[in-house]
Design a protein around this ligand. Structure first.
Ligand code: SF4
Ligand code: SF4
Length: 152
């Protein structure tokens, strides 16, 4: 596995429109995308639950939540290549794509989540796919950010 520090870690996890959700998946009790990303529009720092979030339940302002929240879906909600073990609050990490960047946010309570199987191998596959398409994959664990290079 090739881990290497990036020079200028991006910190703004502004959300963008995602592909259509898979019909058989729902967020359930997961609220990781209301917790792990920095969301400037909500003045929400990274790794702090949004003030509108109800832990393990959802959004207290669901009907009037901001467009950026309406438009966001993590990769697990939209990609059949990620099986049930990748459900974010089960995996301890969430993944999303934003232009050429595939971002992995690891829950601070599970800092080793990206290094254990099946996630380490799965992230290698995602990194390989990202680089083949001209992009890259980065992993955030708290304040630490690393670019994951596919192994040979
Ligand atoms: S991280 Fe994904 S599964 Fe979890 S609440 Fe957000 S969109 Fe839903
Ligand atoms: S406003 Fe609602 S959907 Fe958006 S981050 Fe906060 S709790 Fe989550």
């Amino acid at each position: 596995m090739g881990w290497d520090m990036t020079d200028a870690p991006p910190t703004d996890h502004t959300r963008l429109s995602a592909p259509a959700p898979l019909a058989d998946r729902s967020c359930g009790t997961c609220t990781l995308c209301c917790d792990l990303p920095e969301i400037e529009a909500l003045q929400k720092p990274a790794n702090r639950l949004c003030r509108h979030a109800i832990p393990h339940k959802g959004c207290s302002i669901y009907e009037s939540r901001p467009p950026l929240c309406r438009d966001f879906l993590c990769l697990w909600r939209t990609s059949e290549t990620l099986g049930p073990e990748w459900q974010p609050d089960r995996a301890g990490l969430m993944i999303y794509r934003q232009g050429p960047q595939t971002t992995v946010l690891v829950h601070p309570d599970h800092p080793g989540a990206a290094s254990r199987e099946p996630y380490a191998s799965g992230l290698q596959t995602l990194a390989r796919q990202a680089e083949a398409a001209g992009g890259y994959l980065i992993v955030f664990v708290g304040e630490k950010v690393t670019r994951l290079y596919p192994s040979a």
